[in-house]
Design a protein around this ligand. Sequence first.
Ligand SMILES: Nc1ncnc2c1ncn2[C@@H]1O[C@H](COP(=O)(O)OP(=O)(O)O)[C@@H](O)[C@H]1O
Ligand SMILES: [Mg+2]
Length: 702
Amino acid sequence: MTKTLDAIFRPQSIAVVGASRERGGVGREILGNLVKYEFRGSVYPVNPRANTVLSMKCFPSVAAIPDPVDLAIIVVPARIVPQIMEECGRKGVRGAIIISAGFREVGDKGAQLESEVAAIARRHGIRVVGPNCMGAINTEPDVRMNATFAITMPLDGSIGLMSQSGALCGTLLDYAKEAEIGFSKFVSMGNKMDVSANDLLEAWEVDESVKLVLMYIESFGNPRKFTRIARSLSRKKPVVAVKSGRTVAGARAISSHTGSLAEGDVLTDAIFHQCGVLRVESIEDLLDYAKAFTGQPLPSGKRVAVVTNAGGPGIMATDACVSHGLEMAQFEERTRRTLRENLVPAAAIDNPVDLLAEGNARMYETVLDAVLQDRNVDSVIVIFVHPLMTDAEAVNHAIHRACGRHDKPVLGVFMSTREQRRARPGSCTLPLYMFPESAARALAAMYRYGLIRSRPEGKMRRFDVKAERAESVVLKAREQGRRWLSPPEVEAVLSAYGFEMPRTVMCHDAEAAVAAANSIGYPVVLKLVSADVLHKSDAGGVRADIRNDAEVRAAFSQIVEAFTALRASNPALRMEGVLVQEMVRGGKETILGMTTDPSFGPVVMFGLGGIHVEVLKDVAFRVAPVTDVDASEMVRSIKGFPILDGARGERPVDLERLTEHLQRMSQLVLDLPEIREMDINPLVVFEKGRAPKVLDARIAIQ
Ligand SMILES: Nc1ncnc2c1ncn2[C@@H]1O[C@H](COP(=O)(O)OP(=O)(O)O)[C@@H](O)[C@H]1O
Ligand SMILES: [Mg+2]
């Protein structure tokens, strides 16, 4: 199959198969849009029951068209699509947009029909968009193809948009035009029989006419490929996505901390972040961001100035900026002086600058020039509420003039529908918002994207490990049909990958435990060993700080008693023994975890550990492989990071070794796909120079 999508997006000639004569028919609407949008190539209507459609000569079949055809737009009933595709294949057509519905979306029969069509397409090397879609648009001046039945003609621009929902496409075009947002490519993907979101992302990475990628997706076709492509694309162009639906199958059996914390949308968020994709919650945000990204340069820092003529909106803008991670700029003295000299005495000259209702065009222009020149300002939000006495048009012009003179980003908040609609003076592409929060959100996203683009490309470290030893342990347990590794097996696997554990001995009676404690040295910890008990301390199965032989015997029987009580309600429970372990003092408890996501494969988790991890949920996820940059971000992104970094006068922990262990775990789970889930909780980390220690770990295999 040809990789290029040129037959679909840059055709010389198009056949519209199923171009009906009746007004309102989808085929005819598409034909009409192609003509109205002035497609640069030739168009051939195909319909055996018509001689002409829209004053164009109509052909009875694709075969009857005397000239070569690059792209077929198919709008016939689903059941005859295979026949049409076959005909197209024989004609040498290389691209198809199948608008027709009635395929996979309607159930098994439709799915079967869809596979049939897919097989024909493959056989003839035809690339296909759809079926069940609204079509595709390429506004590039040498193509100008509007192959959709949307009523709104798109403005041309620099956005590539893909949508998995056809219904949304019409609305998007509509709203975008109203907001003066233009597109380069616009694709309704439908059932994604062939051309997928990943294909489009790959194509748009090298497409000079696309400067910003917007996506509405409900499901990932090939999620791992997505992460690879998106990582590379997002370094070149901003990618903004609305992802609805949830990734993790709720039905999956969960048997670890990591598994239960990986539920819901947390993973999608983490994955998008890892690939540099900006995720938005709504279509509205998607288009709000689009305005900002296409209209203004990226801010080079997080310091924002707010200029307003009304107090309330200024405060709202300030709050929203701060809560989205921006900072209010501290003006230079020179700026303050200019403001003091040019505004009324009651005006606020500190950030946010409030011109008050007296604010006129001259004041706006002077203030904007001053703050945009200020070296402490990276971006500006300018708010205008129309008071009765002001010449709104003059203010509008002044704002546009000023922002056109500087190369820092400015976002406008004109708080009235009338001001939104007012004609834009000049060529300034100042994005306008109705409310301050929308502008603040968009500006914060631009700042975040700047960070994404400048973050170093991570490297995947390979550690010198004893992979075969770990593998043989895992394979042996699997042969025995076990789902969990025993404590000695866990220790063997982890130590093969460079993890250290305190000295631990597995015992089956109290006297053996006493002997073990004496050989390890007091104090020790005693722990229940049972594959059926997920959280030992919850079950009374952990006894710490045991200081002598008598305490060992007491602790041993307490653990047996606790287990017996547990078994009373569930006779199937098994106890394998008791671990005697060196007592580790000091350090900070962290959790390193791994779970297998049905679509993304192995994901790695980091958080502050201990028995409360599921309550606090202060964790970070990444898809494996975890690069050095990922590992460092994971550790630094949790709320509890200051605890590791030396809060309250404590010495910071060895972050270097901690991030190294995260990468070791990533290597482990990639080397051994048989590992299904894993918790190291706690991994105790210490001050610089001392290796972290695994106090407790569980490994589930598949
Ligand atoms: N060897 C040890 N030295 C010091 N504290 C320990 C040791 N082992 C466990 N603990 C403490 O007990 C808690 C629970 O023990 P753990 O082995 O993690 O059991 P579980 O997670 O199944 O409840 C740990 O989070 C840690 O605070
Ligand atoms: Mg534990």
